[in-house]
Ligand binder design. Sequence first.
Ligand SMILES: [Zn+2]
Ligand SMILES: [Zn+2]
Length: 143
Amino acid sequence: MQVNVLQLQFEKKVSEASLRMTTTRRGIFDILSKAERPLEITEIVTRLPGVHFVSVYRSVDALRRAGLIKQLPYGFKNRFELSDAFLPHHHHATCDVCGTVYEINNGKIEQALRSVTNEVGFTSSRHHFEIYGTCRTCSKSAQ
Ligand SMILES: [Zn+2]
Ligand SMILES: [Zn+2]
């Protein structure tokens, strides 16, 4: 049910961006909406059997430029997830050792950012940051 609402939203955004709706673009959206974490492009390609990787790359890029997909740098690679238009606002903490991505959804951070920017008389409309470090599992195995 929730997926259907998201799909309708996606179709609306795609036409607002004057993009053509293609099977590949719809497939990418489906995969990202079901993904439990941001995906690398090769992971998207693997999950779209029968679609040429060049076509996947181009579609991801078109959706990214239209603001429907977010690109998250990770080392020399990028990972992709649906933009804030589809997912609730959140941040990521990514483990440098094993690559696990933890979703950070914390009102205290948002509150602190608001008050810090308000102090300088700035009204923030959006922000974006990523956190990198070592997860609990990798910290333990390094000891
Ligand atoms: Zn780790
Ligand atoms: Zn935030």
